[in-house]
Design a protein around this ligand. Sequence first.
Ligand SMILES: [Zn+2]
Length: 306
Amino acid sequence: MDFLLKFDTKGKFKIVQFTDIHEGPELDEGISVMRKILDYEKPNLVVLTGDNIDGKCKTAQDVKMAISHIASPMENRKIPWTIVFGNHDDEHGIMSKEEMMKFYMSFKYNISQIGYRTFDRVGNYNLIVEGSKNKTPVINLYFIDSGKYAPFFVGGYNWIKLTQILWYRKIALGLKQRYNKIIPSLMYFHIPIPEYKKAWRRGKPKGEKLDSIDSPLINICGGLFRVLINTKDVIGVFVGHDHFNNFVVKYKGILLGYAGYTGYGGYGDSKIPRGARVILVNETNPTDIKTWLRREGDGELRKLYN
Ligand SMILES: [Zn+2]
């Protein structure tokens, strides 16, 4: 079922990004973190940026159980939600990404797409958010499958493929042509691009870096970031993957952000709270996005739920 994404009557559009839930067949405490944050923030859209589930699933039933756990906070609250895959999502080896994506899409409020497929990448797609009063697109959202591991002779994590970069550029130029303007866009995927490292060193980051920045070692011809700079529509990129990093930093005009981690199923630290990154876009000035972290135990959330 398709849910039109629209700015609300106050001209606001709020996105909650959960990441690295690492859910398995046993209901994880991260799901209650999700519920609390959704009740508090009441977003218009939820984005899950990968490692939604992991290798704890041993059967197809386990995989479906884990995905159903993840789905329930949004489904119960009738909030549209989308996903991208991380490096752990199909390590169970039982269901393919395409099969899992179809299962995600079977939930009433899930608006993910299989989208453009290339190599092992599934779920490259974009969604437009319309204005509150008419059908004019105000912002656009890109979702990309950043893959898993690089070939052994390269080491580290894989990179966003040239075919995906070309796909992105085609969509961006198509939108520009169709609407005769650049539509400010946000991009979501799992593994940070190498520019996160440069940005942390050279920019003015807000937030913490308590983890390494595990981006790919290869960045052919400046990779995705260079094309983003040239194409000019993307104003923010948001990832997960490195659970203890939650900073945002502007680099060459693009906000690069982490969301920390949401789940208890992956690696974690009791001193580093689980949570989400929130983004608020204002219809009258969509390039000026507000963003913050909402985490368990933080300020008002703790007051509300202790
Ligand atoms: Zn993870």
